[in-house]
Structures are given as structure tokens and as C-alpha cells.
Design a protein around this ligand. Sequence first.
Ligand code: ASP
Length: 416
Amino acid sequence: MAENTGMKKRISLLWKISIGFFLGIIFGFAIGPVVPSSPVLSGYVMPFIDLVGKIFLRLLMMLIVPLVFASLVAGAASVGDVRKLGRIGVKTLALYLITTAVAIVIGLACGNLFQAGAGMNIPGDLQASAREAKPLVDVILDIFPTNPIASMVNANMLQIIVFALFFGVACILAGERGKKISDFFENVAEVMYSVTHMVMGFAPYGVFALIAVTAAKFGFAILAPFVKVIAAVYIGCIIHAVIVYSGMLVVFCRRSPMWYFKGVQEAAITAFVTRSSSGTLPVTLSNVRDNLGVSEGVSSFVLPLGATINMDGTALYQGVCALFVAQAFNIPLTLQMQIGIVVTATLASVGTAGVPGAGLIMLTLVLTSVGLPIEGIALVAGIDVILDAARTCLNVMGDTAVCAVVASSEGEELNS
Ligand code: ASP
């Protein structure tokens, strides 16, 4: 009976979030053109809506560090067996890399198909507006914390994951005393899930506000010259989700695509409006646990790692954009160069932080590594928000699909 009420509550929340999303788009597009000429709208209404959106973002951010650390320590300890943890790690990394490489191939195919930059004939004197990406050595070094407390203060996810894994495994090795500590973190994680549910109660309003502000700011006009790039990225993302993720779920978990899409819908919408995989993490964890039925042991390891290193949407976007830039600057891309894009975009997506706009910065790495003009960044920067929404949504969905497959492969019975 209680379970039934909980289920009903979740469904009605999902409806409210979806309604908030669509109302936000309609409201934003409708109000956008009149905002500049109305002092009331530009001085009071829009700043208030913006504030609501920002508060929602902050509430999500507030959850991440304690939730991830506590659930990862409890999760690693609950696996109970260091070898099993290693096996889950290997499977997760392999699936993350394979799905990312497939995503870039789909991105390249869409870029070739849509020919979005053809005929633009840009001479190559645009100002690049993104910062340079970090060198790879620094990216690797940055995984290892010098001070775990500083990592938490700075919300450095990879460092938190590394420390939490050591800590969780040590809880197993330390026997009785370690068990007391992991039990404590299990309780902390449970409390943090309750806080997540409270924050999600605010989600319909937060989602409305975030999407309304974006739609009002950008309107329809900005889309026109870039319709083809936007279409290539969005269609590529849809193809990847429908074919690759649904396929994985059907083949490895024997679950229908509808079951999957419905189960992760809240996380997908939250990713779309926040444009941050890390920010969405609390919602992703709760969807995968409550709706798909994945255990804490698997989800608390696979998802935080995915939110940090698995970026299928970003990789796909980099494929489309590299081709777009090449076409716009009239630079022919050989097959070899396209293979180079697959390799560098896979690595670049691993190094992309799960925050808004990070993929655009990493695009510099992909462009320079295959010899394309870095000025091309300026071309896509103007519409990056629109592309970021789709790619973040796919990034998060990719984590959930891999998480379900890994759980199934470990013999877990998913919800039906
Ligand atoms: N915003 C994306 C994410 O958080 C990263 C990107 O910009 O590609 O997943």
C-alpha cells in the first residue's frame, strides 16, 4: 500500500516536471521578444525566474559531494569483495569506452549526412572564444588527490571517487571496525537520498525556470543559420539513445526501451535543463535505484564515475562539430583524419568535466589534434547552450544504460 502511494507520487512528480519543461519552453519563446522593451519583465519577472532556476541548481549541487562520497564508500564496502569490485570496474570502463566510440561514429555519420558547414566558405580569421584545454598529462595527474578534504571542498569528482574507493575497500579489509564505519556511511547515504527526494519536489519549478530563461534569451532567431548542426547533434543523440541504449537494455537486461526511457526520464529532463551531468547525479542515482532497481553497490560506483568520464553526447557533438568546422573552412577531411577524430574525441570526452559548456573547451583539443582551425570554436559557441542540453542529456542516459547492463551482468534482478 505504502509502495503504491510512493509510486503514484513519483509518477505525478514526473508529470509535473514534464509540464514544467514544456510550459517553460512556451513561456520563454513567447515572452522573449517583449522582455527588452518591458521594464517590469526585464527588471522583475525575468530576474525572479532566473533566481528560481539558480536556486534549483544550487540545491542539486549541494547534494553531490556528501551523496557521492557516502554512497560510494557504502557501495564499495557492500560489494564486500575486492575482486568483484575490480570486475565491475573493468566492465564499466569497457562499456563506457565502447559506447563513446560508437557515439562519435554516429556523430561523424550525421555530420557527413547533413553537411552543415558546406557552402559557408569561412576564410579563417574568426576569434576563438573558448579557453585552451588542459594537457593530457595534467588530466591524468589530476585524478589523484593530494588532500581528500580539499577534493571535497572543490567538488573534484574523480579525486573523490579515488579516495572513496580506497576508503570503502579499506572498510572491508579492516574487519569489524571497518564495518562500523561503512554502516555509518550507509546511513549517511540513506539520509542524503531523502534530501534528494525533498529537492526533487522543487524540480518542476526549477525546470520551468531554467528552460524559460534559456528559451527567452535565445528565441527562435538564433537557430536559423545553424539548423543543420543542431539537427545533426539532436538526431545523432536520438539515434544513439534509441538504437544503442535500447539495444543494450533489450539484449543484456531483457527490458523494453519504454521501461528504460520512463525510468530515467526525470534524470534526462534534469540533465537537459541543467546542462550538467555532475549536477544531475543525485537524480540519476535516485532514478536508477528506485525505478530501474539497480543496487547501491553497483549504482554508487558506476554512476559517479560515468558523470565524470562517460560523455557519449559530448563525443558525438565533437564528431559533428569537427566535420562542421572542416566543411565551413573548406578543409577536406580524409578517412585517416576522421579516425583521428574518433580517438581524440574519445579521450577528450573522458577529460570533459560534467559542467555546462565543458565540451566546447575540449573541442579545441579535437580540432587542434587533427589540424583543424581552432577559430572554428567561435562558430559553434553561439549555439553551444542548445547543443549542450542535448549532449548532457545523452551523457547522463549513457551512464544509466551502462549501469543497468553492469548490474544485470552481476546477476541483479532489475525492476520489471
Ligand atoms: N555539459 C556536459 C555535461 O555536463 C559536458 C559538456 O559540455 O559536453 O555532461
